[in-house]
Design a protein around this ligand. Structure first.
Ligand SMILES: [Zn+2]
Length: 702
């Protein structure tokens, strides 16, 4: 007897509600089974079950109506009916379980024990979702119907589901669905509350092949912040200051950070609990190849203190446009417009004149930093870190080539001569280079090189490439000394290395996707080519840890050379530096800062040593032309120096979630034409932001 209770009236209630669920499910099975061949019998059987269940459902419904109306029931007859219905339901559940078994992915996980512990429910088939698009469409439609039902069958006129459902139902032409859909998105986005402004920007017109002034749509940071405030001061605080201790951060900056003590906002009367450090961020993102918009440039802003938030609650779009439309003046025009607004936000007097709503909560803004990858910050903020030229560092006077060794890129000692120099800028020169320097506090020393771009996607790649090639050449993954062509032998060794990497990953239970190591991905076909291993940011970091383990074991064998030991040291200190950064909070303890700097310097010094050895090696000696020195190594040196001085964890301004953000905006902008890209992207972004914020307000996400 499947009923939980021997009382037939209680059983009636239970069976009735069970059948209600089964009815929906049983109708789906014949459709779902369509995609399985040779399952006609089962399909027909389930179709019959479905019919029977429907009939019995109506029988039970009549009984239920009588019961709810308070009429007396013939319990003997009812018991008979219940036994009959329950046996039909049992038969159905058995066949449905068989059908569910068909749809299980091969080698799928075993049922969780929690499922089987429930007595009568254990027979319920588990519905595994199919990937087939028509089923997906059916399920979406099904959930839309359930959604409507849950609202009593009548959707409020403002409901998004209802509005999308109604698109294309009005007007003469079916093709208007696109227009309708756009209108829905637009009006929905307006509910977020941020104004979409326009600014005159000089841009390239590819059709007419000339530069024109275009009114580019954009969301100014102050408008966005006002919209956040209007939604609720709690949301404003969550999005801009995160959950951390704000006062502690600022007091730390006051005690340890030179840049902050010389910052104009330092002297303003501030409430240390409520000051928002804002940063400008930008990047290019590749959309589909051959699509109308090509690559997109995205400009955004964020707060330094919201590092714990998800990327949607951390980076806020200002504007996005197609790279095709960019001309020599575009960025400066754009930055000058954005800067005007930011100046109003960060200058207390102007903020009061503008009557910004957040002043009521005693909040204030200050410009903290300018962020982006090296290419972006150069391109946008006046080419101060020109990695192609000899004079590449915007912080100090270090050179690639200089008569005095202490002034060159290769000197990574703590007492290096360049470490005691600073580059001095005249304000007018800076303003001529980029309008962004008109913002109080914007200075080249606040252009930050983040670890994700500089290390995982920069120096980490040359380190991994060099280490991989050297370990292959010294015979860790098979002897390469025998006869044969260099590239063919290296390819075989690289294959071995990749197999070893996969085994290591499995053993350490690390999930990371890295395609095979090939000559092209390592950039080494002959001994004159500098090896660089191509990978994504996190994969690169994982590979460094793998190579560290292998190199350290390899250098511990009895006949290992000093050179192999240097390689192991170089990798080991890099891995240690990364783990110190990963495990620490956003403010380093004194010991952590010390450790970080030490590992950083040892890594760089060992690396420079390997670089020199690579130059000296001749003929078939291993490690020829490996470990190229890059300006990014020098920026890492600065990061090491700063970490000890300011004790701020570089993780703090790492742009990993910013990458997710640009990917997200890139996906939004992908399906638009380049002429409407900016407006459409901003409208869609605001609509999604509205939904995101609604979820936050309901306490569903971070
Ligand atoms: Zn420098």
């Amino acid at each position: 007897m499947p009923c939980p209770n021997t009382d037939p009236v209680a059983a009636l209630d239970w069976l009735f509600s069970s059948l209600e669920k089964d009815l929906k499910e049983s109708k789906m099975w014949p459709i779902r089974l369509m995609q399985h061949k040779h399952q006609d019998t089962l399909r027909n059987l389930l179709a019959k079950h479905s019919q029977l269940i429907e009939e019995k459902y109506f029988v039970l419904q009549q009984w239920k109506v009588q019961k709810d109306a308070g009429q007396s029931l013939d319990l003997a007859v009812l018991t008979g009916v219940i036994v009959d219905v329950a046996s039909i339901r049992d038969a159905y559940l058995g066949d449905a379980a068989a059908a569910a078994g068909l749809s299980k992915p091969k080698g799928g996980k075993k049922r969780k024990s929690a499922d089987t512990s429930q007595d009568h429910r254990s027979k319920r088939p588990r519905l595994t979702p199919f990937i087939s698009p028509h089923v997906l469409a059916q399920e979406t439609a099904h959930s839309a119907v359930t959604w409507c039902k849950s609202l009593g069958g009548k959707l409020p006129p403002t409901d998004l589901v209802g509005r999308i459902g109604r698109t294309g139902c009005h007007g003469r032409h079916k093709g208007n669905i696109e227009r309708d859909c756009q209108t829905v998105i637009n009006t929905f986005g307006k509910r977020f509350g941020a104004t979409i402004s326009t600014a005159p920007i000089r841009m390239w017109n590819p059709k007419k092949s000339r530069i024109e002034v275009k009114n580019l749509p954009l969301i100014f940071p102050d408008d966005f912040a006002s919209a956040l405030w209007a939604r609720s001061p709690q949301l404003f605080r969550k999005m801009l200051l995160g959950d951390g201790n704000v006062r502690e951060y600022w007091e730390h900056c006051r005690n340890f950070c030179d840049w902050f003590r010389s910052h104009p906002s330092y002297n303003h009367p501030n409430n240390w609990d409520n000051m928002v450090p804002m940063s400008l961020y930008g990047d290019d993102v590749q959309t589909f190849r051959n699509s109308e918009c090509g690559a997109m440039s995205i400009v955004a802003w964020s707060s330094d203190l919201s590092t714990g938030n998800s990327f949607k609650s951390r980076y806020f779009l200002i504007t996005a446009f197609s790279e095709y439309e960019e001309c020599a003046y575009t960025f400066n025009d754009l930055m000058s417009e954005i800067s005007k607004r930011i100046i109003m936000m960060v200058t207390p007097k102007m903020a009061r004149e503008k009557q910004y709503p957040w002043l009521k909560g005693d909040y204030s803004f200050m410009l903290s930093s300018l962020q982006g990858d090296l290419k972006w910050v150069n391109h946008t903020y006046g080419n101060l870190f020109d990695y192609r030229s000899n004079d590449f560092c915007g912080y100090c006077m270090c050179k690639k080539r200089h008569d005095v060794i202490g002034m060159t890129l290769g000197d990574f000692t703590a007492s290096a001569l360049h470490a005691s120099t600073t580059r001095v800028y005249r304000h007018e020169d800076l303003v001529n280079r980029s309008a962004v320097y008109t913002i109080p506090g914007a200075h080249p020393k606040r252009i930050l090189h983040d670890m994700a771009h500089s290390q995982y996607l920069g120096t980490g790649k040359t380190l991994n490439g060099g280490a991989l090639v050297v370990l292959c050449e010294t015979g860790l993954w098979g002897n390469m000394q025998g006869p044969g062509k260099y590239d063919e032998k290296l390819q075989v060794a690289l294959q071995e290395a990749h197999a070893d990497f996969l085994a290591w990953k499995k053993q350490n239970k690390i999930a990371c996707t890295q395609p095979r190591f090939t000559l092209a991905r390592v950039n080494r076909r002959h001994r004159q080519m500098w090896p660089v291993l191509n990978s994504k940011a996190i994969a690169g970091k994982t590979i460094s840890f793998f190579l560290t383990e292998r190199a350290v074991a390899w250098a511990n064998r009895p006949n290992a050379t000093l050179w192999e030991k240097t390689l192991a040291t170089c990798l080991w200190s890099y891995a240690r530096m990364v783990s110190v950064m990963d495990s620490a909070k956003s403010i380093f303890t004194e010991a952590e800062a010390e450790q970080f700097q030490e590992h950083c310097f040892v890594h760089l010094q060992a690396y420079a040593n390997l670089n020199v050895q690579g130059f000296k090696a001749k003929g078939k000696e291993p490690g020829r032309n490996c470990f190229v020195l890059l300006p990014k190594h020098h920026f890492l040196y600065h990061a090491g120096v700063d970490a000890k001085e300011t004790r701020l964890n570089p993780k703090h301004f790492m742009l990993l979630s910013a990458e997710s953000f640009v990917g997200y905006v890139g996906r939004i902008g992908r399906r638009t034409h380049r002429s409407s890209l900016t407006l459409r992207t901003i409208q869609k972004y605001l609509a999604l932001m509205h939904l995101h914020v609604q979820r936050l307000e309901r306490g569903e996400q971070s």
